[in-house]
Design a protein around this ligand. Sequence first.
Ligand SMILES: CC(C)(COP(=O)(O)OP(=O)(O)OC[C@H]1O[C@@H](n2cnc3c(N)ncnc32)[C@H](O)[C@@H]1OP(=O)(O)O)[C@@H](O)C(=O)NCCC(=O)NCCS
Length: 427
Amino acid sequence: MTSRVAVVRGLRTPFAKSGTHYARLTALDLGKMVVTELIERSGIDPKSVQEVVFGNVIPSVKAPNIAREIVLGTGLPRKIPGYTVGKACASANQAIAAAADMIYRGYADTVIAGGSESLSDIPILFSKNFSDALVTSSKQKGIGGKLGAFRKIRPKDLAPDAPAIAESTTGLTMGESAEKMAKENHISRDAQDRFALQSHQRAAAATSSGRFKDEVMTVVVPPSYESIVEADNLIRGDSTLDALSKLRPVFDRKYGTITAGNASPLTDGAAAVLLMSEEKAKAEGFKPIGYVRSYAFAATDPSDQLLQGPVFALPTALERAKISLEDIGVIEMHEAFAAQVLSNIQWMGSKKIAQEKLGRTEPIGEIDPEKINRTGGSIALGHPFGATGARIVTTVCNELQLTGEQYGLVTVCAAGGMGVAMVLERE
Ligand SMILES: CC(C)(COP(=O)(O)OP(=O)(O)OC[C@H]1O[C@@H](n2cnc3c(N)ncnc32)[C@H](O)[C@@H]1OP(=O)(O)O)[C@@H](O)C(=O)NCCC(=O)NCCS
């Protein structure tokens, strides 16, 4: 058993709007790049890695266990196992939690955890009728039989079937679910746009100040290696409230408030952290950027307010960390939508919600929206589903180092009504 699980360091690729810099790459390509560079930058002996755990939300049908493929594709010793976890947008948090648990139990002392996503490379399915015909045809010997298998195929059977970002139980997309939250919590369009603007301004300031140099690598894009990506390409430092206010609502065109400007964009990217037992890290001379103090996952009924999961996870994470919200100096909340973050904050500060939904007498606590996401969030930086949790854990640890604050908090909402809260601490 270790006393604590250390985050030795974290790294991510620059995040890119899907269909741009990494349009020809897969989640595996991105995952391999970040793990290779994480190992190089940290200076660990690759042989000391005992497991790779990766999150990925829309897996490739050809390489569904991306974690093991990363081991095999990066020159890591082939004896290192790897497994992939899926917990929607909290997948990298789940990977980090699982890796931390292995270390905490003493089953490993050095694990790489993270996540990767390419929304430029989503599997497009055939209809059931057409795939049945393909299978039947492949079993026939003669050309007549092979062609005959397609006799009953109609033009509509040829329509591609792409994965939807929709809830199975409600049929609502994430955007529609966030619209519902904005309406029920009375989150105004103006409040959402101001929050989005702040996300962009902070991300732009952090980028130009060099704040991300320790946590964002440079990608030389294969296979031609002609294009070099050094920074996130979704940040709009020149965005204005006026421009944001003119964008048309996307998910409810008539009465809605959510636009391309105050939602997180479809993004490609990967992120990873190197975790070690505190003893091993110190014995090897590493200076960890933070420690995992506690975490909690929770879920709520998707038909209520889908993206309120963090509200249900936070009290347990704080209880497990034996601290209260006031003790926390650095807070990073994943921004799926501005309306979702503002709704989470509203519920965390509400006595009524505490009593009616959380079984508490008092609210969890007040969170000042100004104090969260000091270097921007997913609206400006982008949100590769499987990777975001590892980006945020790295950012919180580095902010703890820079600010001297003792405790940091990560929250991420996820499809299915789920959410995670993680408490990190400095030395
Ligand atoms: C909202 C969404 C549909 C927008 O996609 P899109 O239409 O491809 O977005 P674009 O980047 O093309 O932006 C649309 C327009 O808004 C403008 N825009 C976007 N952000 C802006 C900003 N911050 N300031 C000013 N203009 C902005 C763009 O310039 C573009 O204008 P144009 O049409 O004149 O070129 C897409 O990002 C989405 O689905 N997001 C949600 C993803 C999701 O559900 N995630 C799950 C979270 S858990």
